[in-house]
Design a protein around this ligand. Structure first.
Ligand code: MGD
Ligand code: MGD
Ligand code: SF4
Ligand code: MO
Length: 675
């Protein structure tokens, strides 16, 4: 048996995985004991990460739509047709009538080439990916507050924390190896504060559980600051030496008294006081957050409020401190780093900056567009209105994962041309004109960048099924069809180009990565990489406080309940891989809506009753599950299940700064289904 060291394909923890190969097939996976994050451990999805690789449903040949049917064609035919249709649309409607969604499941090299395809070949900055639905508020908020949108410290650094505030993160289920580290820190004496409207396992294990109403995070965060200022627990030296804007924030925080916070959030003053004391008194405190923070129409404000908290207490730039936006997909950090975003080239170099643009034009040998592109949800709106006519979607399943599914269907059906690259048939490939079968993580070389900015090697263990090909090759072929030079002999050569144009990856080469990888910024070949950011200074000089107010949340009498959506440990998003992994699907085979027993009694609903959930955008038939994990007035649906897609109910209400939709709070009503 051969053993190939690689990286888990699921979440941003970035665990080291060993694939076991026998007779050209992956037969199992086990943890890597030498790996700095996993240290010999994996969660259940990691142990089962090899299961879908040889599934019979894998896409094996390129397909082209012929009326209602999909016909098998050669790669040459599929790619030539794609290039021809995209070129025709561009001639008729201009480059900005085209768009690319790249994949957080893809490698850095694939994301870089797809972003290059959008800019250098199609001529548009319309390139984005699911980070828009995920940590766009972190990229925007931490970007303006600290100068970098990434996690400040490595996961391991939490072991040195004296207090850890975890908010909007179902950590034991969604980032199991981060949760294991947090619980290890707690066992050593750190105080664990968890803010989540639901009583998750993390909340159950917390020393202090704050259960705010959905969407009221700015209020309680400002409230903690109010108490921390009142008790003299701020770090005045840090504020004076390294930040600006504190006086305006202080004035604002004065108004968020415990009583005012209780009215907005429902959090009892005594709990808020305990949390503020624990966080404020800790010599080293850290904030860990995820989608409960970002997926709101106030997502950027929520992030800024948390940044205020760590800055005011001087908890940045040291081991045991910091702010941890937990990145979701195993390479969503990398997809952002590679410039699969409408306003940035790789390394967050702005497309609007003439110097950056000239540099990229010289590197890519062509003129580049200067106007920022559309974000993911804006692309869907433009498609419905006919402003976007041709799209490439690589490794995303927006039919299940994007908000307001009715609108997504209308948008994708309105396109004149859609090409989709995936490893499995999905609800989105079903609408494609061309389907491109690509290699999975086990069948290609390249790199992923984990949530702790750790750039790690992904290694080919087996050959792709049928005619499926690594997407690096597919993207390079498309670039050449648009006369852009793309003579890459291997993903390593793509990484060489990435490091030549991307300062933070400047010292990265596949050869250097080894088992532990390298954390960016790593500007030069002799640089060891950077585990803790902002140690002496911030990239923007001084960090900035932003005085953010709690948004007013109007009541809607027609929709008296609030839906929040999320995930389960056993499934990954739209389930394309986990629902094809028997042992995972068996654990969580069907969709349910969680309802508090008191709400259920008022509705005349029991566990197992079929109900109809209705929002302003759609309705859904789904089975009820009664649980006190959700508070009264709140219901919860995991969005994994195509049979009952939660996004039928969500809306496109966007955060004005980051353009993330408010997926965590949708007004709904519920009734028993007829019959
Ligand atoms: N098993 C598994 N792991 C995954 C994924 C997966 O699909 N399956 N997906 C990956 C990806 S891409 C991501 S982004 C991460 C997501 O990881 P998480 O963000 O941890 O997961 P979610 O279930 O989206 O939501 C997190 C929590 O936010 C809480 N919440 C909702 N509204 C609010 C609010 O207003 N305030 C606060 N404080 N909390 C709120 C919810 O109750 C929920 O417990 O997981 C990654 N890991
Ligand atoms: N209601 C609601 N909606 C949400 C969220 C929520 O919390 N609530 N969360 C949002 C968030 S944070 C995220 S990140 C998104 C996730 O949304 P998506 O990223 O669209 O969901 P996935 O199911 O992970 O889709 C990944 C696709 O990539 C394919 N794939 C796997 N490996 C490869 C590969 O190597 N190459 C290629 N090309 N494809 C591959 C998979 O088969 C799958 O079809 O969902 C968002 N939508
Ligand atoms: S914690 Fe995340 S990266 Fe680690 S094994 Fe589980 S899914 Fe994979
Ligand atoms: Mo995500």
């Amino acid at each position: 048996m051969e053993k190939i060291a690689t990286i888990c394909v699921y979440c941003g923890c970035g665990c080291g995985l060993v694939l076991h190969v026998e007779d050209g097939r992956v037969v199992g996976a086990s943890p890597s004991s030498a790996h700095p994050v996993s240290r010999g451990r994996l969660c259940v999805k990691g142990w089962l990460a090899a299961d879908f690789v040889h599934h019979p449903d894998r896409l094996k040949t390129p397909l082209v739509r012929r009326g209602e049917r999909m016909a098998r064609v050669s790669w040459d035919e599929a790619l030539s047709l794609s290039a021809k249709r995209l070129r025709e649309i561009r001639e008729e409607s201009g480059p900005d009538s085209l768009a690319i969604l790249t994949s957080a499941k893809g490698t850095n090299e694939e994301n870089y080439l797809l972003a290059k395809l959008a800019r250098a070949a199609l001529g548009t900055n319309n390139v984005d990916h699911v980070a828009r639905l995920c940590h766009a508020p972190s990229v925007a908020g931490l970007g303006i507050a600290l100068g970098s949108g990434a996690m400040t410290n490595p996961i391991r650094s939490l072991l040195s924390s004296d207090a850890i505030l975890v908010t909007g993160s179902n950590t034991t289920e969604q980032h199991p190896l981060v949760a294991a580290t947090i619980l290890e820190a707690q066992a050593q004496g750190a105080t664990l504060i968890v803010a989540d409207p639901r009583r998750t396992q993390m909340a159950e294990l917390a020393d202090i559980h704050l259960a705010p109403r959905l969407g009221t995070d700015v209020a309680w965060t400002n409230g903690m600051l109010n108490l921390i200022i009142g008790r003299g627990l701020i770090d005045e030296d840090f504020i004076n030496e390294r930040t600006e804007g504190f006086s305006a924030l202080k004035e604002l925080a004065l108004r968020y008294t415990p009583a005012a916070v209780e009215r907005i959030t429902g959090i009892p003053p005594a709990d808020l006081e305990k949390a503020a004391a624990a966080f404020g008194e800790a010599p080293r405190a850290a904030v860990v957050y995820a989608m409960g923070t970002t997926q709101h129409s106030s997502g950027t404000d929520n992030v800024l409020a948390l940044a205020n908290l760590v800055l005011a207490t001087g908890n940045v730039g040291r081991d045991g401190t910091g702010i941890y936006p937990l990145r979701g997909h195993q390479n969503v950090q990398g997809a952002c780093d590679m410039g699969a975003l409408p306003i940035f080239y790789s390394g967050y170099q702005k497309v609007e900056d003439p110097a950056a643009r000239r540099k990229m034009e010289a590197a890519w040998g062509t003129d580049l567009p200067a106007t920022p592109g559309l974000t993911a949800v804006e692309m869907m709106e433009a498609a419905e209105e006919g402003r976007i006519r041709g799209m490439i979607i690589s490794g995303e399943n927006p039919m299940i994962s994007y908000p307001d599914r009715g609108q997504v269907i209308r948008a994708l059906r309105s396109l004149d041309f859609l090409a989709v690259a995936d490893i499995f048939p999905t609800e989105t490939t079903a609408l494609a004109d061309v389907v491109l079968p690509v290699a999975s993580f086990a069948e290609k070389d390249g790199t992923f960048t984990s949530t702790e900015r750790r750039i790690q090697r992904v290694r080919r263990a087996v050959t792709p099924p049928g005619e499926a090909r690594p997407e690096v090759e597919v993207a390079a072929e498309l670039l050449r069809r648009f006369s852009v030079t793309a003579d890459y002999a291997s993903p390593e050569e793509v990484m060489a180009e990435i490091s030549s144009v991307t300062p933070s990856y400047g010292g990265v080469s596949s050869r250097r990565l080894g088992i532990s990888g390298l954390s960016w910024p790593c500007p030069s070949p002799d640089h060891p990489g950077t585990e803790i950011l902002h140690q002496g200074s911030f990239p923007i000089g001084r960090a900035r406080f932003y005085a953010v107010e709690q948004q007013h949340l109007p009541e809607d009498l027609d929709y008296p309940l609030f839906l929040t959506t999320g995930r389960s440990l056993f499934h990954f998003h739209t389930g394309t891989m986990t629902r094809r992994t028997h042992l995972l699907d068996r654990e969580r085979p069907k969709a349910t809506v969680d309802i508090n027993p008191a709400d259920a009694a008022a509705l005349g609903v029991r566990s197992g009753t079929m109900v109809v959930v209705e929002s302003a955008t759609g309705s859904l038939d789904i089975e009820a599950r009664l649980t006190a994990e959700v508070p009264m007035g709140t219901v919860y649906i995991p969005f994994h299940f195509a049979e009952a897609p939660a996004n039928q109910l969500t809306t496109r209400t966007l955060d004005p700064t980051s353009k993330i939709p408010g997926l965590k709070r949708t007004p709904v009503r519920i009734r028993r289904a007829e019959g």
